[in-house]
Design a protein. Structure first.
Length: 215
């Protein structure tokens, strides 16, 4: 089934991001491979809060991961890069698995992997990795808005198929001279599922998410 496309572009700043997250969106096991900050690390103050010396920002850990929703797609999340450095921002990995014995279509294709999804305070946003986003290395707060095509994409999942994507964590552009904030932040998105024929009669949807602690 071909996705419906709208070719308008929208600049994502602190305000317009809220609209996009709502348009795109909606029991994973907590990551057990997190590494703790070495005991001899010192803490320094900065406008965005506290962070370990030698890193570009606070470390992240998962908290409050939702149970798997009652739909044929089972989501999971894990932390793949737990600390911001000069080389990379924090990063998580999202895995979606088709638990049914039939092919399904799942949307929106970017938001289900938390691409361009912001937290509920609109201070943080997940972006696809390996792209040149307007952010200073080591700080990882966007210095400008970004443009995203406004369209609804669908991902096809075969019976039992799993797909995994990583997303990087950035601070949303604001007027403060700070990097990644510290605190607890809630992220959620909507997962919409249709049968292989793509009919509305077999459509299901659910909201799923998790909280991240930056400290």
């Amino acid at each position: 089934m071909s996705p419906t496309r709208r070719t308008m572009l929208r600049s994502l700043g602190l305000v317009s991001l809220s609209a996009l997250a709502g348009c795109l969106g909606g029991n994973a096991q907590p990551d057990d491979g997190l590494t703790d900050t070495p005991g001899d690390s010192t803490m320094t103050e900065n406008p965005g809060g506290t962070r370990p010396t030698g890193t570009g920002g606070p470390g992240i850990s998962l908290r409050g991961v939702d149970a798997a929703p009652d739909i044929p797609i089972e989501p999971a999340v894990e932390v793949s890069e737990d600390t911001a450095t000069d080389d990379h921002p924090p990063q998580i990995r999202i895995t979606l698995t088709n638990t049914s014995d039939a092919e399904v279509l799942v949307g929106e294709g970017r938001a289900i992997f938390f691409e361009y999804v912001a937290d509920d305070t609109r201070e943080l946003m997940f972006l696809p990795p390996n792209q040149e986003w307007p952010a200073e290395a080591g700080c990882w707060r966007l210095s400008d808005g970004i443009a995203v095509t406004e369209e609804y994409r669908m991902e096809t999942f075969e019976p039992g198929e799993s797909k995994t994507k990583s997303v990087d964590l950035y601070g949303v552009m604001n007027e403060e001279d700070s990097c990644l904030p510290v605190g607890e932040f809630r992220f959620e998105t909507q997962i919409a599922v249709q049968g292989e024929m793509g009919s509305d009669s077999d459509a299901q949807s659910a909201t799923w998410g998790f909280s991240l602690v930056l400290e």
